[in-house]
Design a protein around this ligand. Sequence first.
Ligand SMILES: Nc1ncnc2c1ncn2[C@@H]1O[C@H](COP(=O)(O)OP(=O)(O)O)[C@@H](O)[C@H]1O
Ligand SMILES: [Mg+2]
Length: 483
Amino acid sequence: MLWTEKYRPRRLEDLVGNDEAIRKVRAWAESWEAGKPQKPLLLVGPPGVGKTATAYAVAQEYGWEIIEMNASDERDAKRVLRVLGSASASSSFFAKRKLILVDEVDGIQGREDYGGISAVLKVIKEAKNPIILTANDEWAAPVVKVKPYCDVVKYKRVNYRTLASYLAKILEREGIAYDMNALLELARRESGDVRSALLDLQAIAEKAGKITKDSIVGIGYRDRETNIFEVLRKIFKSEHVIRPFTLTATLDMDPDMFKAWVVENVPREFEDPEEIAEAFHWISRADVFDGRIIRRQYWGFLAYSSELLVNGPIVAKKRVYRKFTPYSFPQWIKLQAQYKSRRDAIKRIAQKLSPILHISRRQFWQDLLPLLPLIFQRDEWAANLVAAAKLDAEDVAFILGVAPTDARVKKILKRAEEIRKQVLKSHVFRQRSKTRPSGRAEVEAAPASGGKDKRPSSTERRSKDTGEAPEGPRQATLFDFIG
Ligand SMILES: Nc1ncnc2c1ncn2[C@@H]1O[C@H](COP(=O)(O)OP(=O)(O)O)[C@@H](O)[C@H]1O
Ligand SMILES: [Mg+2]
């Protein structure tokens, strides 16, 4: 039997390390027991530190039934809700409380597949049960989506001394001899991952019968997620160029994210502006290659780009800074996550406006977006635009920077509705007038101001009276809406 299974924590107190996190989980469970419903918990942290184990320990300790939901399978949400539904219907006095576990939320498949995540959100919103979600990466797209509905509890790598003494206890129970220094060394190599420590320890124990310095030689640093902080330290403190592959091979991070980390921390590490400039010069070259990789699917360039990214900062520095730099998570990715809803709103509005203005979305973004608040200074102008583009309350509220329930939003929408009806009417009128003998095309062919013929001006006036838009293929511009 695997030790990870044999020594699976049965109660919260069995978990080693992460005292603060465990305290929070306990308080949360106690509140539920006291009849006070709590927000779902989102346990975030590196692998093998006891996140999943926490959920099972809670269930066992408090006598709750655990229902695991497969987050990648949308149908599973229905099953979970059905199970919960039947429980509340019978509402047996003796029924156990049901704990829903959504493990590894960041593993929800498919970048664009929000099916899975929306199912999770549905369960979160509808279920009146304790819910625990786990994730490794706090900034993965699906995790960012569920986070607002949860209380976040952070798990850390377990300190190697704590880990070593936990391993020692297990060896004593198994009756296996050990050298404490060997155990400390092993624990250090495990980078705080309890699961992998247990797996390695059991493997050595079964092979060598005891744990000594010699027996752990074979255990290399596992090919697990290398800490990004270690990698950054190597890049920034290295005096010689290094082979990027040796650094990034075990780093469980996609190249774009890795680049963001390096970019973020160059100015934190380097103090000389010339060094910073040179580092960014090389990184920008890496960017050029990355662009080509994506556009041409030419993966051979990956070697160049990582070479520039890793060795650029190394050659850029004039000296190694003997200081501790608190490296930071890429801020723009954080902001990006925060402003996701903002971008969604802009995208929605662009989708409605760009076709009627005959411009690309990019053009909208760059040239017209800044003008929208100006147009919306006047209700009448705003209403014209709203009527033409069929903007809704949310769009208007976003442009005005107010809540969708705001009085001005309502006013503009109401006015837009009137305009739309008016235009509809005049459209019918125009259809009819087209069938008359003196067609409109003929009228417009005549110069507007010139000519002794009085007909054009009178027709012109008529078209103005009805508020009719000029006909023909002429492209609309923003100015059409503020006239
Ligand atoms: N903090 C811990 N204390 C004791 N055992 C742990 C701890 N973390 C992990 N383990 C061991 O590793 C196994 C796997 O842990 P798990 O909770 O699945 O990790 P995670 O979900 O954080 O990746 C557990 O069954 C347990 O044996
Ligand atoms: Mg887990």
